[in-house]
Structures are given as C-alpha cells and as structure tokens.
Design a protein around this ligand. Structure first.
Ligand SMILES: Nc1nc2c(ncn2[C@@H]2O[C@H](COP(=O)(O)OP(=O)(O)OP(=O)(O)O)[C@@H](O)[C@H]2O)c(=O)[nH]1
Ligand SMILES: [Mg+2]
Length: 388
C-alpha cells in the first residue's frame, strides 16, 4: 500500500472493512474512491476500488430487483418513436421542460420549483423531414445513482436513449451542476462523448492469453492485463491493442454494462444575471462537449438546437424515389455510412434481393443521377433511386 494515502482514505477503508450490508459497503467504497490521491502510484488501487464498486452495484441492483419480485415498482420506460430517442437531462429546475415545449410545440408543465416533471415525457421534434423523439426527464439529483430521487428508473430511462442533451442553468454554477450530472451518470455506466478503447479481446478455447501490441500498454505490463482478464474469468484469449491504453481502458472494455453515448450541453437561462460569467466558466471547463447557450424565454439561440441535436445522432436522412416518380417527401433515417444496398433493404426486401444498381443525387454522387453499385456509401440528404 502506498504510504501517501490520506487519513480520510484510511478512515473510509476502515468503514469498508467493517461494513456489513452491501449498501454500506457501497457508500464506503465511493468514499474511498473520492479520497484516494489521484496519481500514477495509486492507479492500480483506484482500479481495484472501481472494480469492487461495479461488482457491488450489480449485487445491490439484483437484490432490489428480487425485492420488487420482478414486477411492480416504477417504470420510466418510454417507447421509442421516430428516428432516435434523445434525453433532456439535468438538475431540477434547469429549464428542461421549457426547452422541450419550445422545440416541439408541446405544452408540459413548467414551474419555478424543483420536480415539476415527475415522469419522462416524450415529444416529437421535426427536423428536415425526420422526427426525433425528445424525452423530458425528471430532475436528476446528487445520489441518484445510489437510488436517491427518481433513482434507478430515471437512470434506466436515460441509459435507454440514443443520445443525451444535458441542460445546465448558466446563472447558478453550471460547472458544479455539470460535474454532478456526469458523476452520477458515469457511476451508472454511462460514458458520454468517449470512444470505446480500441482493444479487441477474442476469446479462444485453449492456449492461454496472448497479447499483441504490448508496447501500447501505458503504465502497466502484460502481466497486469492477464491478471485482470483472469479475474474476469477470461483464461484463453487473443488481446489486440492498437493504440496507447491504460489498465482502466482494459477494465472498461471488459465491462459489458457500459453504454457509450453522444451528448451536447445546453446552457439555459442566458438572460439571467450571472449567466455570462457562468457560460465563460463552463466553456473554460469542458473539453469533450459542445456548449450552446440559450435563453428560452427570449427565444435566443433556440433555432440552432435541432441541427445540433441531429448531429449527435449518427444518422443520415435518405430520400427515396421510385424510377420515374416524385421524390418521397419523408426522409428515411439511416445509420451513418449506410450503403445503397442498406437503403434498398430498408425500403423493401424485394429491392434488396433483386438489387441491380441505384442512381444517386446529392453529396455522395459525383454528378446528378450517378449510377452506383450496392457498396456505394450514402451521405446525409442524398436521393436514391433503386433499380431491380
Ligand atoms: N429567466 C429564465 N427562466 C427560465 C428560462 N427557461 C426556464 N426558465 C424558468 O425556470 C423554471 C424551471 O423551468 P422548467 O422548464 O420547469 O425546468 P425543469 O428543468 O423542467 O424543472 P423540473 O421539471 O422541476 O426538473 C421556470 O420558472 C421557468 O420559467 C429562461 O430561458 N430564462
Ligand atoms: Mg420539468
């Protein structure tokens, strides 16, 4: 054990050792994680705490499910509609419902007090021929990942969406609020605007663990990696590492409960005193997020939000037309990098089975009506005519 841990840490560790219930253990471990000095010398200890935490959380959750008897309890499930489902998440009173109403024309309750919204409320945002389902979430509070406030159901609802819009009130302390939101979501396995570490773990029947690209390991060696894998009951595997990775990255790749999602931040109430300073502080603080300051009551900057929300969805809009007919008005949402054949498949299985070629107009075409094969990659806004 490194000698430079703090008395707070040691106290938390004692509490962990003497804790009886999983919940008390969880609280003590959280405290250990927050009080352990963050430097290279403690990286392995930090990792071990995180691993214990994640195991314990699963245990606690299972216990809760069992107590519920598999039924009853609150469910915040919202059926997906449209091209994608996007959560509006933030602290109580941050202006989520006001933004929902402004963007969709819906009329949900707005109040100057916390918890006006008590269950996820969906509404459709129309954007250039497609529909995006926005879900106004109840306010998120400190401790939600441990079951406080709307707890589990709220986090499950947020985990289920395709992308997240975080709202923070610029006039109070947006950096503090943002950090609280990220901490709570991270604790429940959400990773926002982070990419999955580029590590491939291919399980094999025998032969032990082979590591290709060992030179990419940062502050750890292949023995450490093998140990982690074995603890996770992976005894035979080929691990291919293609970029610099830490032990934490390996741990994340092994954790199948993690959800990686794209997100943007809306800074709300830009008309209130203190919001200018708040915005500056926020912009200096964030690295991986785009921040859009708005004032909903003065209708400032709201018009840019639909395209920015669209841009984090990883989808493109494709317009189809039957040969010799008009272009279909309604766009067909497709995953980014979809091909002409993918489009055919989505329209009708007959078009897919008998696909001969397609004609394409738009950004992916070298010229209007270019004749393309099945592998041709489409771009947002393309028009496609499929020939069989
Ligand atoms: N000055 C100002 N006030 C705003 C703005 N947007 C929202 N508000 C006010 O902030 C308060 C909270 O707004 P809501 O939209 O209900 O906030 P919420 O995040 O949905 O709140 P909960 O449902 O309780 O979590 C209300 O009094 C709104 O009128 C804004 O742009 N400027
Ligand atoms: Mg609300």
């Amino acid at each position: 054990m490194p000698s430079n841990v703090t008395p707070e840490y040691l106290k938390a560790e004692d509490a962990y050792k003497s804790a009886k219930s999983p919940k008390d253990k969880l609280v003590a471990l959280e405290l250990m994680l927050s009080t352990i000095p963050k430097h290279k010398g403690t990286e392995k200890m930090q990792l071990q705490i995180k691993r214990n935490l994640s195991k314990l959380k699963k245990e606690v959750e299972k216990e809760k499910e069992l107590k519920k008897g598999g039924s009853g309890g609150t469910s915040f499930f919202v059926r997906k509609e449209g091209a994608a489902q996007v959560a509006l998440a933030g602290l109580p009173n941050s202006g989520k419902s006001t933004i929902l109403n402004k963007l969709t024309g819906k009329d949900v309750d707005i109040g100057h007090y916390a918890f006006t919204t008590v269950k996820p409320t969906p509404a459709m945002l129309q954007y250039k021929g497609i529909q995006i389902q926005l879900v106004d979430m109840p306010g998120l509070i400190e401790g939600v990942s441990l079951g406080k406030g709307m707890g589990g159901p709220l986090i499950s609802a947020i985990r289920a969406v395709d992308a997240i819009v975080i709202l923070v009130d610029l006039s109070v302390d947006p950096v503090k609020d943002l950090e609280l939101i990220l901490k709570e979501l991270e604790a429940k396995g959400l990773r926002l605007n982070k990419k999955v570490p580029n590590i491939e773990i291919q399980k094999i029947p025998t032969g032990g663990i082979e590591i290709i690209g060992e030179n990419f390991l940062v502050e750890c060696n292949s023995q450490d990696v093998k140990k982690i894998l074995q603890e996770e009951r992976v005894h035979n595997a080929i691990v291919t590492i293609k970029e610099p990775v830490t032990l934490t990255d390996i741990f994340e790749v092994l954790d199948s409960s993690l959800e990686y999602k794209r997100a943007i931040i809306i800074g709300t109430k830009g008309d209130l005193p203190g919001s200018k300073e708040g915005l500056e502080k926020l912009q200096n603080h964030v690295q991986n997020f785009k921040v859009f300051p708005v004032s909903a009551i003065n209708n400032v900057n709201l018009d840019i939000l639909p395209s920015e929300i669209f841009s984090i969805l990883g989808i493109i809009r494709i317009y189809t037309r039957s040969p010799g007919r008009e272009i279909d008005n309604e766009a067909m949402p497709m995953k980014i990098d979809s091909t002409a054949l993918d489009a055919a498949k989505k329209v009708h299985k007959n078009l897919y089975k008998n696909f001969k070629f397609a004609r394409v107009w738009g950004d992916s075409a070298k010229f209007d009506g270019q004749r393309v094969g099945p592998e041709h990659v489409l771009r947002d806004g393309d028009i496609i005519e499929i020939h069989i």
